[in-house]
Structure formats: C-alpha cells, structure tokens
Write a protein that binds this ligand. Structure first.
Ligand code: SF4
Length: 154
C-alpha cells in the first residue's frame, strides 16, 4: 500500500502483491478511519470498483491516460455515460438480481507510447463512428456535476 501526503490530501493505492493482505473491508475501514481521524481528503487509485464505491464520494474514470468520466459515486453507478465506464460496469459481478454473463471489453488497452488518434477508446468502442478517430473529444460537463469525454454524448 502506498500513501502520499500533499498538503491536506493523501493518495492511497494497493499493488497486486498486497491484495492478499488487505481485504476490501479492511481497506474500507482503514481508509475511512484515516480520512475521519486526520480530516484530510483522500485520493484512492484502484481497479477494485467495490472498494471505490464503499470508500469514495466521487469517482473519476481514466482510460489510456486520460480522464473520461467524473461525477459522484451514486450518479456513476445509476447512470454511467461514457462507453468505457458502461463496459466496466458490465464486467463487474453483482450480488443482486438475476445471474448474468459478465462482458469483457474487447481488444487491448492502448500503447501509450503510440496511442490511437482521436478518442483513445475508439478501437474498442461499440459506438465509435468515423469522427471518433479524427478528433479528441472534449472533457465537458454534460449534466450538473457530471463530466464526460465522448463526442456522442450531450
Ligand atoms: S468519442 Fe466515439 S469512440 Fe470515443 S467513447 Fe465516444 S463514441 Fe466511443
């Protein structure tokens, strides 16, 4: 686990080798306790969406080194807008409702030394059109407090 303290904000992340030592419930307890006790903002960086949901008020989704969606946790789960966020949600198992087949995101993550032109998600996006590989979508607020980088939204 790593912590970086910058002014009144700390950054936390877990590397895979530490996952066996820290269960999601321990992470949640540790992070929320630290945030409460020392009254600081925490930035938690992880692929574990269940811990993020329990721990964080707001969520920023990144793809290929770029921010693609940002909003509060409830809004993100109830109404994910970016196709990559939607794909992430579809790849995460739920303990509620009917059993469904998990969907994986097709293709490979971009090589950041030579990223795809335009929207970096376009080679894997089911909604990509001709314009997606020509222009980088602007990261903009499409609803109050809900920011997305996709030219097909809003
Ligand atoms: S800009 Fe195009 S390729 Fe990128 S996420 Fe939106 S629809 Fe998909």
């Amino acid at each position: 686990m790593g912590f970086g303290v910058v002014s009144r904000c700390y950054f936390a992340s877990l590397v895979p080798s530490q996952l066996s030592l820290f269960t999601p419930s321990k992470n949640h307890f540790l992070f929320t306790s630290l945030t409460t006790i020392i009254n600081m903002t925490m930035m938690y960086i992880s692929h574990d969406i269940s811990v993020i949901t329990e721990t964080c008020d707001d969520i920023a989704i990144m793809y290929g080194g770029n921010l693609v969606e940002y909003t509060d946790t409830m809004t993100l789960f109830e109404k994910p807008l970016h196709p990559y966020t939607q794909a992430l949600m579809g790849a995460f198992p739920s303990i509620k409702g009917e059993k469904t087949v998990l969907k994986s995101v097709p293709g490979e993550p971009p090589v950041l030394l030579d990223p795809p032109p335009g929207c970096r998600f376009h080679p894997r996006c089911p909604f990509a059109n001709g314009g997606c590989k020509n222009a980088t979508p602007e990261f903009r607020e499409v609803e109050k407090g809900h920011w997305v980088s996709c030219s097909n939204i809003g």
